[in-house]
Structures are given as structure tokens and as C-alpha cells.
Design a protein around this ligand. Structure first.
Ligand SMILES: Cc1cc2nc3c(=O)[nH]c(=O)nc-3n(C[C@H](O)[C@H](O)[C@H](O)COP(=O)(O)OP(=O)(O)OC[C@H]3O[C@@H](n4cnc5c(N)ncnc54)[C@H](O)[C@@H]3O)c2cc1C
Length: 433
């Protein structure tokens, strides 16, 4: 049995290495092809009198939309026929990964807000990208309508609206402006610092990371994590579930599973579980309840909204509605059966969407497809301020890699660089917004 497990792990490792190699080649190919396109084409899109410029509208600029917009801007015909319009309410790219940590530790909160920059679109001709700060409230057959009432026509539409949470931190800041976001994070830090008995609901990544960071940073506080399923990180493999539970308990976090918190029962002194058990609690943090942000298509394509709230898509990432062939969906809002959506998956879908729109814009059939791959669902989970674990699981065997962490900000600077922003220099809104 032990030998079989070892063989399965070795095979998983080999397939992971092959996957990483393929992914690197694909990145290299894209970088080279966009560089060649940029060298051989005009650096400013011509204002053409031959044809009217058509809009490729991208709604939402995070891991899915921002990357889709970049590929589109670099790859669409550069003759003035198309331009990319990005519509995003947030002043800055919200670096969600760091929100649990920056909810606890002080002095780094500004690093969660990465400026949107024109440098990110350096491979695109000037004038190709137009940025609108706003929120789309509804999608029509050939246009989108913003909160402000403004209507923007589209030839192709990318819906990349991700997910939202009613409770705000630690999954989302719940405000659109960077400075307000920083304040919201500071308020959470102050609440946690002032508390003596914290109760965290939800044993997914956000809950586990927040509870373990809080206990690691404030060992004298009591921290309890309550999760409704049989184990924390229940959507991942059994070894990660065990490792996360052990990591939490090693730090001194009390882990209660198979129980639900009644959030309304929090009275500043106690909180009550569904079983009737009362726990002392002067600070309650709810890490549950992310929902896909699909309401903008509720009128035009209600049948394309799955019971989970995700938007149903075809393998080509076109919306699963024959009446809307020019509408594409990517990222957390798309229903692609990924058990654990993440930014890598969002980025891979963004590529498929952008490549298909480029095909369709030249009159070809959108033929690229997306299928979830177990390697995309790999996760890195912090377990306190100085440890983390990465997991890859193909449903049968599981590979865990433990890490020592010596950077409190988990190398946030790299994320800034990946978005063509200088760490940690705020350059304000996207130019011209
Ligand atoms: C706490 C936490 C930690 C995470 N850690 C990791 C990690 O370590 N690694 C990893 O790979 N993944 C991680 N994830 C998952 C990752 O953040 C998501 O998978 C990713 O954000 C999905 O990207 P997205 O672009 O689809 O959606 P989102 O990130 O949700 O972004 C959607 C964007 O659309 C905009 N938008 C929404 N509605 C509208 C509208 N109506 N009009 C215009 N714009 C709109 C929003 O403002 C937002 O900018 C984490 C998630 C959380 C919550």
C-alpha cells in the first residue's frame, strides 16, 4: 500500500512537471508572438475613415478581465477596426490573496491595492484601450448599461465579474476606492487587536488563513474556527485537510467542525452555534458566503444562470445562450465545474476567451476550449505567519509541499511586478480615467 502510494505520488509529480513545462512554453509562445506583432504593426491605432471602430467590452478587471483585456489589446487587428473598453468600479486592482493577512497584521494594507497601469498594455498600440471606472448593471443584446445610465455598445463582450461577499473582509474589502479599502483593513486590524476571544466562521482558505494568522500574531488571544463540514478545506484532498487542521491546532486555534454559527446571535460576549452551544466571543469574523456576481445578465439570459449563481458557458467560454454568441465569460463567475476556482484558472480562461474573440473578429469560428485541469486547482495555504503548504490533488493521489515563509507579505511585490506596477508605489487611477 505504502509503495503504491509512493508510485502514485511520483507519477503525480512527473505529470505536474510536464504541466509546468507546457505552461511555460505556452507563456513563451504568447510573449514572442505579441512582441513580433508589436514590432511589425503600427504603435498607434489609425483613426480609420473606412470603418467604424467596434468595441470589445470587458466587464471587470481582476485576474480574469484584466488579463483578457491585455491579450485582446495586443492581439486584435491593429487597423482601427477594434478597441478594447475595460469597465471596472474599483480604483485599484484588489489583491485578494493578501486580504486575510492584511486584516491581521498592520502596516502593509496599502500593498493590497495595485494601481492599474498603461504599462500593463505595453504590447498594445496606443489608443487601443479605453478605461471606464464604473459598474455595469445590465447587459443588452448589443450594449451594456452602467450605474450612471451610460450605455456602451459592444461587438464582443467579456463578462469577468468574479464573485462578491455580503460580509466584506477577509474575502473582499467591500468598497471601491483604495483609500477607503485601506481604512476598512485598518478597522479590521483594530477590531482583532482589541479582541480577546475571536470566533471565525468558515474553514475554507480565507477562514483558515485568517484564524491561523490571528493566533500566530496574537498567541494570547483565544481563536476558534467553526466550520460546517466534516473537515476544514473540505473541497481539497484529505492530506491537506489533515495538515490544515494540525497546523491550526499546533498554533492553538480551537477547531470545531460539523457546526454552524448563527451570526445574528453575536452579542459582543457570546455567539451561539446551531446546536445551541454558546462560545465566548467578543469579535466575530464571517469568512463564508462568496457568491458569483452574475446578476447583470439576470434580465437578458436568466436561463444561463446555474442554481449556484455561476454563468453557464460552452467549452469555448461563450455564454450558454444561443442568442448571445458574442458574449464570453471567464473567471470565478463562469460555471466550469472547477471545485476550487483560483486566479490561475481565471487566467487560463481569460486566454481562451481572448483568443476566441480574436478568431471571431477575423470571421473564424471560436475554436479554443477550456477544460479544468487538476494541476490548475493547486493551492498554497498559509498556516500562520511563517509557514505554508502547497497541495496538488488529482482526486486519487495528493502531493503536499511544506514551506517556511520569511516574508510577511508573501512576496506581494512580485504580484505588483506581474501587473506592471512598481512595488509599492501608488500611481493613482488608470491614466485618463
Ligand atoms: C481571501 C482570498 C484568498 C485567495 N487566495 C488565492 C491564492 O492564493 N491563489 C489563487 O490563485 N487564488 C486565490 N484566491 C482566488 C482568487 O482571488 C479568485 O479566483 C480570483 O480573484 C478570480 O478572479 P476574477 O477576475 O474571476 O474575479 P474577481 O477577483 O472577483 O474580480 C472581479 C472583478 O470584477 C469587477 N466587477 C464585479 N462586478 C462588476 C460589474 N457589475 N461591473 C464592472 N465590474 C464588476 C470587480 O470589481 C472585480 O474587480 C483567493 C480568494 C480569496 C477571496
Amino acid at each position: 500500500m505504502a509503495t503504491l502510494k509512493r508510485i502514485q505520488k511520483a507519477s503525480l509529480f512527473a505529470r505536474l512537471a510536464a504541466y509546468a513545462l507546457r505552461a511555460s512554453f505556452s507563456v513563451l509562445r504568447r510573449v514572442l508572438s505579441t512582441k513580433v506583432a508589436a514590432l511589425t504593426a503600427p504603435s498607434v491605432i489609425p483613426s480609420s475613415s473606412h470603418f467604424q471602430t467596434r468595441n470589445v467590452v470587458v466587464v471587470g478587471a481582476a485576474y480574469a478581465g484584466y488579463f483578457a483585456a491585455r491579450i485582446l489589446a495586443a492581439s486584435l487587428p491593429r487597423d482601427g477596426r477594434y478597441r478594447v473598453i475595460v469597465i471596472e468600479p474599483n480604483s485599484h486592482f484588489n489583491f485578494t490573496w493578501m486580504l486575510p493577512r492584511f486584516s491581521v497584521i498592520e502596516g502593509h494594507e496599502h500593498k493590497a491595492f495595485i494601481p492599474y497601469t498603461s504599462a500593463f498594455f505595453s504590447q498594445a498600440p496606443r489608443g487601443m484601450v479605453q478605461w471606464i471606472r464604473g459598474r455595469v448593471t445590465s447587459v443588452r443584446r448589443q450594449s451594456v448599461v452602467l450605474c450612471s445610465g451610460q450605455e456602451i455598445p459592444y461587438e464582443f463582450l467579456v463578462i469577468a465579474t468574479g464573485s462578491a461577499v455580503a460580509n466584506g473582509l477577509p474575502s473582499r474589502v467591500g468598497v471601491e476606492d483604495r483609500n477607503e479599502g485601506i481604512e476598512v483593513l485598518r478597522e479590521m486590524q483594530t477590531r482583532i487587536k482589541a479582541a480577546t476571544r475571536l470566533v471565525v466562521a468558515g474553514g475554507g482558505a480565507a477562514g483558515v488563513e485568517l484564524a491561523s494568522d490571528a493566533k500566530s500574531h496574537y498567541p494570547d488571544k483565544s481563536v476558534t474556527l467553526v466550520h460546517s463540514r466534516h473537515a476544514v478545506m473540505h473541497r481539497f484532498g484529505p492530506e491537506l485537510q489533515r495538515t490544515a487542521t494540525d497546523g491550526l491546532r499546533r498554533l492553538g486555534v480551537e477547531v470545531i467542525v460539523g457546526e454552524r454559527v448563527d451570526p445574528k446571535s453575536a452579542d459582543g460576549k457570546f455567539i451561539t452555534l446551531a446546536s445551541g452551544r454558546k462560545i465566548e466571543c467578543d469579535c466575530f469574523i464571517n469568512c463564508t458566503g462568496q457568491t458569483p456576481a452574475s446578476d447583470l445578465i439576470a434580465d437578458i439570459a436568466p436561463g444561463a444562470i446555474a442554481p449556484s449563481g455561476h454563468i453557464r458557458v460552452k467549452p469555448s467560454m461563450q455564454i450558454d445562450d444561443e442568442c448571445l454568441p458574442n458574449v464570453y465569460v471567464c473567471g470565478d463567475v463562469a460555471d466550469t465545474k472547477a471545485a476550487n476556482p483560483n486566479s490561475r484558472i481565471a487566467g487560463r480562461q481569460a486566454e481562451v476567451v481572448a483568443d476566441n474573440i480574436v478568431l471571431a473578429a477575423s470571421g473564424k469560428t471560436p475554436s479554443y476550449t477550456y477544460e479544468v485541469n487538476w494541476a490548475d486547482e493547486g493551492v498554497k495555504l498559509s498556516l500562520g505567519l511563517d509557514r505554508s503548504v502547497s497541495e496538488f490533488w488529482d482526486g486519487k493521489s495528493e502531493l503536499l509541499l511544506s514551506h517556511r515563509e520569511d516574508d510577511l507579505t508573501m512576496m506581494s511585490g512580485r504580484a505588483w511586478q506581474a501587473l506592471s506596477a512598481k512595488p509599492f508605489e501608488d500611481t493613482g487611477l488608470y491614466p485618463g480615467t
